[in-house]
Ligand binder design. Sequence first.
Ligand SMILES: *[C@@H]1O[C@H](CO)[C@@H](O)[C@H](O)[C@H]1NC(C)=O
Length: 190
Amino acid sequence: MVLKLLSSCLFICLIYVPLAVARIRYHKWEVKYELKSPDCYKKLVITINGGSPGPPSLPNKAGTNVYHAHYGMQIGARLYGSIRVSLPDGVSEPFAYGYDRSIILTDWYHKSISEQAVGLSSIPFVWVGEPQSLLIQGKGKFDCTSVSSPAGVCNASNPECSPYSITVIPGKTYRLRVASLTGCHPLVFK
Ligand SMILES: *[C@@H]1O[C@H](CO)[C@@H](O)[C@H](O)[C@H]1NC(C)=O
């Protein structure tokens, strides 16, 4: 019986593998909690390979997508990044560009995700309110003078909250892949 099951499994595998057109790509991700100051206010965030957003991932159906965690409220702790899907070999884009860059817009709360989750599941329900910052590719600017926090927690000169910038070469064409992961507000990118 076991042998029969094994052979039917093998059969299914043999049938399905040749039909699969997607290429398999492997990425090594080190996902951990780290203290970071994305908008100058220091808090615990989830990083992928030390960064947030995580590295772009490159699967196989053309276009731009985003990935984000759905375990509990991890999106609030920034486990997210973009997915760039390349065209199959031999197919070209309808437009030509030299480089591409991903920009993800997110909202950013200073309360921890567990504090937010406790509020949302309380009776009476406690709404998370407005985000403290909006982040452009993981960088924002919170006004540290608007809160009294322990020394060093909010530091406007922390290099981690310097604005996100893209260095461009004059005369080259850049494709910008802009995605928004804000929870409550639509954003306009100009
Ligand atoms: C704020 O950040 C700057 C730059 O990293 C650093 O030199 C300074 O000591 C920090 N201030 C506090 C209060 O931590």
